[in-house]
Design a protein around this ligand. Structure first.
Ligand SMILES: C[S@@+](CC[C@H](N)C(=O)[O-])C[C@H]1O[C@@H](n2cnc3c(N)ncnc32)[C@H](O)[C@@H]1O
Length: 284
């Protein structure tokens, strides 16, 4: 009996694929993540009926048709509602009170800049709606963007269950009961009047289009960790252009701009503002 062994991702193929990942997404895959890359791409090999990684590399280099599936396979999309409660407390209180006082009658524009399956953008939606319901004249729009087309699709549907909503339901039961619609069998969505203020679209942080809108609040959470220091600085320049001069940038709890060259200064851990603006001096 002949045993057919599974294809192995050798050093040479790993280096070529890691270079391709970087070229398409800006993500740097370190050698210690080789098994992860191998496991994920094995599924593509099976789907495409390719015998080994060498053939896959030839295929991906011969057609851009595979790029979307490749990118969707290599991104890490871990997320859930109400991730890092401290941030949401800050947004619901200090940030919103300051912004509303200074911008009566205006619409608050928010960008979830690596939105994955949309839990972050929908959490913002619930908090904004709760504020709107008690502050006449306040309104908001939320844009979620990602490089992975499959998560954009899921975010647009916005149906959640299990671990995705668990923390939010436990920590904010009143908000959950008031603004989430559905049940444990079919899943939950944010209420329709919240959903209509949220849109999701494709955006590669390394291939920015012209600045069409600037935001007062940008969440760039748990994505910088996948980039080299140099690439992080590039992304921060793109984000800086899109943040209002009095706006606030929030990054992930395991991330920091300390030691990076950027035009942001810290207000609180993981919360930043433009250099040389008045906002934040109070909170600092
Ligand atoms: C771990 S998730 C973070 C989700 C959410 N922000 C959170 O903190 O819960 C990282 C997301 O960044 C996206 N991403 C990676 N590289 C990107 C790029 N160059 N441009 C836009 N999004 C990117 C991935 O597709 C993934 O969905």
């Amino acid at each position: 009996m002949t045993l057919i062994s599974a294809p192995v991702l050798n050093d040479r193929c790993f280096a070529k694929l890691a270079t391709k990942v970087h070229a398409l997404t800006g993500i740097t895959i370190k050698p210690e993540r080789r098994a992860m890359l191998e496991g994920r791409l094995m599924k593509r090999l099976r789907t495409l009926k390719l015998p080994d990684f060498e053939s896959y590399i030839q295929y991906i280099n011969s057609t851009t048709d595979e790029h979307e599936a490749f990118v969707n396979t290599v991104t890490t999309n871990e997320t859930y509602f109400y991730r890092t409660p401290r941030i949401w407390e800050y947004i619901s209180t200090d940030f919103l009170n300051d912004w509303h006082t200074q911008n009566k009658g205006k619409t608050l524009n928010i960008w979830s800049a690596a939105s994955s399956t949309g839990e972050e953008a929908h959490t913002i939606g619930v908090l904004m709606q709760a504020f709107k319901d008690s502050h006449l004249g306040f309104d908001y729009r939320i844009t979620g963007t990602d490089i992975d087309s499959s998560v954009i699709q899921r975010a647009s549907t916005g149906l959640y269950n299990g671990r995705s909503i668990e923390r939010f339901r436990n920590e904010k039961p009143e908000l959950f009961a008031r603004y989430m619609v559905g049940d444990d069998t079919d899943g939950y969505k944010v209420a329709k009047h919240i959903k209509q203020n949220i849109q999701f679209k494709y955006f590669n942080l390394f291939k920015p289009t012209a600045v069409d809108l600037s935001y007062s609040l940008i969440l760039l959470r748990n994505v910088l960790i996948y980039f080299t220091r140099e690439d992080q600085e590039l992304v921060l320049r793109t984000v800086h252009k899109r943040l209002n001069t009095t706006g606030v940038l929030i990054i992930g709890e395991s991330e920091s701009l300390y030691n990076l060259s950027s035009d942001f200064v810290t207000i609180n851990p993981t919360i930043y503002k433009h250099k040389n603006t008045a906002l934040g001096a109070k909170a600092a």
